[in-house]
Write a protein that binds this ligand. Structure first.
Ligand code: NDP
Length: 330
């Protein structure tokens, strides 16, 4: 039987305005960096997308290089758009990015106009889309004039390939520069995508969160679970089907006894709050309403269900925050 999305899907999610724009994003968004490549059965990808959408997750985040192999996550998501998600395009916010190594030679990475526009076209083709909702410069390029990167983003919007643009992992200073250029061009920077979690607070140290508020730019923070470390999954060893077992982006060495002791303590704080550790980690990045969306990953649909329940308790006492600061250390 064909799948029909849950009729109460919008009652379950919280939607936050993205900076000072007209666009709202779900407080929890789903990224397809991992578990959407050729090594994951298609059925599982379908199950995760259906589950997410049923829970009100309207935003799916991709990039040219997600896989493996690079590009395969966009191809798989394109298949889902043509089947399960057919007819739902106007209920979805789909993003893609270019910046990291995608094809050989001097035009396959970083921030040139040549690369960004060609990569955007390739992403659209893989997903079978006329446009993406958000297109990002995936990383700051120290060797390309920022004016060129921003003009390429502006062109991508003006030519109808994207509705909005964003930047990812730019520091506060570069964000201010990019935002000023984009504003001048008439294509405001909608959103910034930095990493942020209880274990990774560079956005606070750098002043990026304050900068984004000041500029009216939204924020969607990636790896709020520190790639799975801020869950209970590693407390009893490294499961064979976990990201750390792949020893690629999340190294086995990160799962040290000293970290596990702290994770155990954090889990005790979460339990006292009536949350799983994953839920507390997501609630923590969303606390105070300064972050637009927590961008999670998942390897199975039950994780998405667990993560969305974070929204049931986003409040922290001063004492809880103090206790978290004691143990949230790498
Ligand atoms: P997370 O920190 O949310 O880690 C996701 C992993 O955590 C899952 O794969 C799973 O691990 C584990 N997990 C998730 N939910 C649960 C749960 N409820 N209980 C137990 N374990 C859980 O985020 P990611 O690192 O995956 O990044 C999220 C997204 O952010 C990416 O898909 C991508 O869209 C974006 N991103 C952007 C980057 C950029 O440069 N702009 C860089 C990196 C990510 P397991 O697989 O072991 O089961």
């Amino acid at each position: 039987m064909s799948w029909q999305p849950a009729s109460d899907r919008y009652a379950k999610m919280k939607y936050n305005r993205t900076g000072r724009s007209g666009l709202k994003l779900p407080a929890v968004s789903l990224g397809l960096w991992h578990n959407f490549g050729g090594d994951t059965p298609h059925d599982r990808k379908v199950d995760m997308c259906r589950t997410a959408f049923d829970l009100g997750i309207t935003h799916f985040d991709l990039a040219n290089n997600y896989g493996p192999p690079p590009g395969s996550a966009e191809t798989a998501f394109g298949e889902i758009l043509r089947t399960d998600f057919a007819g739902l395009r106007d209920e979805l916010i789909i993003s893609s990015k270019a910046g990291y190594d995608m094809w050989p030679g001097p035009y396959g990475e970083w921030g040139s106009r040549k690369y960004l526009i060609a990569s955007c076209d390739q992403s659209l083709k893989r997903m079978g889309l006329d446009y993406v909702d958000i297109f990002y410069s995936h990383r700051f390029d120290p060797d390309t004039p920022l004016e060129e990167t921003c003009a390429a983003l502006d062109h991508i919007v003006r030519s109808g390939r994207a509705l909005y643009v964003g930047i990812s992992s730019y520091n506060s200073q570069r964000t201010r520069e990019a935002a000023a250029i984009l504003k001048e061009l008439g294509t405001p920077c909608l959103i910034h995508q930095p990493s942020y979690s209880m274990l990774n607070r560079w956005v606070e140290d750098d002043g990026l969160v304050d900068t984004l508020e000041d500029l009216g730019i939204g924020s969607i923070v990636f790896s709020p679970l520190a790639q799975g470390m801020l869950t209970t999954k590693y407390l009893g060893g490294i499961p064979t089907d976990s990201r750390a077992a792949q020893n690629h982006f999340l190294k086995r060495d990160f799962i040290r006894p000293s970290i596990l002791e702290n994770i155990q303590k954090l889990n005790e704080i979460a339990e006292k709050r009536g949350q799983t550790l994953a839920q507390m980690a997501i609630a923590w990045v969303l606390r105070g309403g300064r972050i637009t969306s927590a961008l999670i990953g998942a390897s199975r649909s039950s994780q998405i269900v667990d993560c969305v329940k974070a929204l049931d308790n986003l409040e922290f006492t001063a004492e809880e925050l103090k206790d978290i600061d004691v143990y949230a250390r790498e």
